[in-house]
Structure formats: structure tokens, C-alpha cells
Design a protein around this ligand. Structure first.
Ligand code: AMP
Ligand code: MG
Length: 486
């Protein structure tokens, strides 16, 4: 276990030079107070969890201090936002403090979000508010606990520094961890500014640091793109299987690593609704729940365009064509497991689609449905869940087919339950739970945030006395409008 002062830095991205990022020091926020730290994320840096209590922890992650071996940089990138190319993006409020190498030799970017203005801030203040910092913290650590690839969050620090959004709020900082902060938009930036030499340097950097296996391939750049497609197919399948709605799938928010990145007005589905739009400024529903699949494909095509100087169009096309079948195979596999089906049968896809159609418009709690389906033998479970559906005749037909299908897998109920509970969370990060914790935190009480994070860090394991976190949301809780400002 290490002390904070013992971290080892090796700043590979910073060494790419000023064409890729600009040196900027964090601008501290006043009277820093630690809101929450993630012991699991601290472990990634070999940090003793007790270090979070030291005053220097809050100071470091509120921009008051910096390791002498860190090199704080704002990265330049561009990207497609809601389908339109925006040539001027970049780290407007976050800084890459440096790359920490842990004892296992793994690299972790330390990225401080809300660290003040940079050359890429445009007219904005470079800050992040407490509510959005807490939301990103909770989501990153929860998605990880669910087994969904994601950036991580080390901690959130609150302050007395005022910031203006719809009203006056307080600035906070979030320390994000990821093996890389390179986005699709980084490649687009060099492509659209016709800096093909820099584009090649970026490619070489990303391949050697993050995709070393592709260097063994006859055509490493083509292999790299294929890997990005594969990883995205796996990530999106998990989002869809678990009802995660990202909300702002702009190409500047898409990680090159295929991890969930840049959390805004995200939401997990309460009632199943394939048309759900969690981003209230998304008028056309471009980033609605079911659109996440075609949009991921669209985003990959935008990345492919930026790689055309170095990879033949036919190869890019071939890899793009892999996305949908790969996505479908992952999704089918996950959903089978969520339904407790141990083997594969021909009509499984149909069985899943029929279930979702019945859920649509029936106000069935998407997450709890699967958990409850595993609690009892199939016949008893469907009988208990029947009342939740509006189309009872349709549900009875589905339940009949599901029970016969389920009986094909010869397993005891104990075994079936064990397998199902291992993939079906009892505790879901619901908007209203996050909102209650945020309101307490805004009033200076961090116990609710910490409690919520602790329960959600083991979402599959029933925790005595925590029933409140496993309940269906109240009506008001289902229709919260989460502010898109952050
Ligand atoms: P986002 O919507 O958070 O993904 O951000 C889109 C772009 O706006 C990125 O280039 C951000 O760095 C920038 N940005 C967002 N909020 C701020 C802010 N408060 N100050 C400066 N730049 C910001
Ligand atoms: Mg962003």
C-alpha cells in the first residue's frame, strides 16, 4: 500500500507535446472538503484507503497541490455533437494531471474535472457543479460493479466556490481514472485539420500504449479499428441489457477504449421504455435508449472516416459491418443469462423480443423483473409477476413458452437462482436515489451519498437492512427532470 506522495508518474501523453495538449495548472476551489472516495478505485493506484482521510487528499484533488512529477495538461479534440461536426472542443474544464503507474505496471490517467478554464473553455467557466460530479462518481463506480466497462472515479471534492448555472451553485471536482482519455474526437481533430502527421503519431501512441496486441498483426491500424468496433459492440450490448441510457453519445464522449465515458444526464430505465430519452435537450430523441445501438455504429463510422488516410476504406467497411452481428451476439448472450437460460435455443431471440414488447407500455420495472424471476421456480415466478402486465393473455403465452424453455435446462432452483442473481442486480442506481443523496450533499451532509455508493458497490448481493434501496421508485421519482447543465 502506498502513500499519496509515493505515486509514480510516467506522462506518455504529455510527451507527445504541444500539438496534442497544452500545459495548464489546476485552479483551486476554496475550502475543499472530501465528499466521497472510492476504496476500490484507490486500490487501482495501490493507495491505502485511509489516505482519503488525510487533509492533503482533499487538497490534491481540489487543485491546491500537485505532485512535482505530474504534468498537468488540457487535451485538444473535436467531435460530432448531435450529428454536427464541432471543430473546437478539447478539455474545457478537465485536466490530465498525469499517468500513474501502479505496482502491477498498469497505467492510470488522473483526470481532474472542474479544474478551471483552459484554452478550450470557449466562454464557459471551467468548473463542474457538485450534483454532476456526484452523479458521475456514482455511475462510474456502479457500472464497474455491474461489470460494464467504464472510466472510474477516485473521489469528489466539494468547495465554497460559487458557480452559476440556472441558479448559484457550488463548484466541485471529480478525479476520474481511465487507462486513456483519448476519444474518437481526438482522431477527428487531426483528420479535419488535415494534420496527417500528427494523426499518425496519435495512432502510434494509442497502439503502443493501449492496443499492443494489434502491433503483431500484419496491418496494425486496421486491426486497431476492428478492436475498437468489437469493444464497442460489447459495451453497448451491456448498456442495452442493463437498461443504461447514456444520453450524450457525441463522438467527443466516446472513449477509444470502448469504456463508458463522460457521464451527463444518464439514467437507468426504471419502467422499461425503449423510447426513453434521458437528456431533456435531446428534442429529436437522437440518443434515446433504443437508438444507442445505431448511434454507436454511426459514431464508429465517424471514427472510420478519420482513419481513412491510413486504412483502406474496404477494411474499415468490413469492420463496421461486424458491429451489429457482434452486438446482437453479446446482447443475446447477456439476456439469456438474465432470463436464467443456461443453453442456447433457436427461439431465444424471439422470446426476449416478445418479453420486451409486453413490458413496453406496461410500466414494468425493468431491473426488478429479472431479479424476481430468479427468486422462485419459473412457474411460480411468472405467476407472481403476471399482475404487472397489461396484456395478460400475451403475458400468459409468453410465460408458458418461457417455462417450457426454462425446463430444457436441467438445473435445480437453487442453482438457477444463484446464476440469475449473479447477473441480475437487486440494487439499481436510480435517478431519485441519486437525487436525494445529492440534495443532502448540497446541504453539506455526505452520509447519504456514501451510503448509496456503499450499497451499490455490491449490487448483486442482498444486504440486510437495505431494503429501501431495492424498492420500486415512487411515481415522482420516475419522472425527475435531471438538469443537463453540469
Ligand atoms: P460535455 O457536454 O461535458 O461533454 O462537454 C462538451 C465540451 O464542452 C467539452 O469540450 C468540455 O470540456 C466543454 N465544457 C463543458 N462544460 C464546461 C465548462 N463549465 N467550462 C468549460 N468548458 C466546458
Ligand atoms: Mg464531454
Amino acid at each position: 500500500m502506498k502513500q499519496l506522495t509515493d505515486l509514480t508518474f510516467d506522462n506518455r501523453f504529455a510527451r507527445l507535446g504541444d500539438g496534442f495538449s497544452t500545459a495548464v495548472m489546476p485552479k483551486p476551489i476554496a475550502e475543499p472538503r472530501l465528499v466521497i472516495a472510492s476504496p476500490a478505485a484507490m486500490a487501482l493506484l495501490d493507495l491505502d484507503p485511509a489516505q482519503a482521510q488525510s487533509p492533503v487528499f482533499a487538497e490534491l484533488f481540489a487543485g491546491h497541490k500537485l505532485w512535482s512529477t505530474a504534468q498537468s495538461r488540457a487535451m485538444v479534440y473535436s467531435g460530432h455533437q448531435f450529428g454536427q461536426y464541432n471543430p473546437q472542443l478539447g478539455d474545457g474544464r478537465g485536466l490530465l494531471l498525469g499517468e500513474v503507474v501502479n505496482d502491477a505496471g498498469e497505467y492510470w490517467d488522473l483526470h481532474l474535472k472542474g479544474a478551471g478554464q483552459t484554452p478550450y473553455s470557449r466562454s464557459a467557466d471551467g468548473r463542474a457543479v457538485l450534483r454532476s460530479s456526484i452523479r458521475e462518481f456514482l455511475a462510474s463506480e456502479y457500472l464497474h460493479a455491474l461489470g460494464i466497462p467504464t472510466s472510474r472515479a477516485l473521489c469528489v471534492t466539494a468547495s465554497s466556490t460559487p458557480v452559476w448555472r440556472e441558479k448559484q451553485e457550488k463548484a466541485a471536482m471529480l478525479l476520474r481514472l481511465a487507462p486513456s482519455h483519448v476519444r474518437f474526437g481526438h482522431f477527428e481533430y487531426f483528420y479535419y485539420t488535415r494534420q496527417h502527421d500528427q494523426l499518425k503519431i496519435l495512432l502510434e501512441h494509442v497502439l503502443s500504449c493501449h492496443f499492443p496486441e494489434t502491433l503483431q498483426q500484419p496491418e496494425p491500424y486496421a486491426a486497431f479499428f476492428r478492436t475498437v468496433v468489437e469493444r464497442n459492440a460489447g459495451m453497448i450490448a451491456r448498456w442495452q441489457a442493463y437498461g443504461f441510457c447514456h444520453g450524450v453519445m457525441n463522438t467527443d464522449n466516446m472513449s477509444i477504449l470502448g469504456i463508458t465515458f463522460d457521464f451527463g444526464p444518464y439514467a437507468f430505465l426504471d419502467d422499461f421504455d425503449e423510447k426513453h430519452i434521458c437528456n431533456h435537450s435531446d428534442d429529436s430523441g437522437r440518443y434515446s435508449f433504443s437508438n444507442q445501438v445505431p448511434i454507436a455504429h454511426w459514431n464508429l463510422a465517424a471514427l472510420a472516416q478519420a482513419l481513412t488516410p491510413f486504412v483502406a476504406a474496404e477494411q474499415l467497411r468490413e469492420s463496421l459491418d461486424l458491429f451489429l452481428p457482434l452486438y446482437q451476439a453479446h446482447y443475446l448472450d447477456l439476456m439469456r443469462r438474465r432470463l436464467g437460460l443456461d443453453s442456447a435455443a433457436d427461439n431465444d431471440q424471439q422470446l426476449i423480443e416478445r418479453l420486451l414488447q409486453l413490458m413496453q407500455g406496461s410500466a414494468v420495472d425493468y431491473s426488478l423483473f429479472f431479479r424476481r424471476l430468479g427468486e422462485l421456480p419459473a412457474e411460480q415466478a411468472v405467476a407472481r409477476l403476471r399482475d404487472e402486465f397489461i396484456d395478460l393473455a400475451g403475458f400468459d403465452r409468453w410465460a408458458h413458452d418461457y417455462c417450457s424453455r426454462s425446463a430444457m435446462d436441467k438445473r435445480s432452483q437453487a442453482e438457477r437462482q444463484q446464476h440469475m442473481h449473479a447477473v441480475n442486480p437487486l440494487y439499481l442506481l436510480r435517478n431519485y436515489l441519486a437525487q436525494q443523496a445529492i440534495e443532502a450533499a448540497e446541504a453539506g451532509d455526505y452520509t447519504a451519498v456514501r451510503k448509496l455508493h456503499a450499497v451499490l458497490s455490491q449490487p448483486f448481493v442482498e444486504q440486510p437492512g437495505q431494503q429501501r434501496y431495492a424498492e420500486r421508485p415512487p411515481q415522482w421519482g420516475k419522472h425527475l427532470e435531471i438538469s443537463c447543465s453540469s
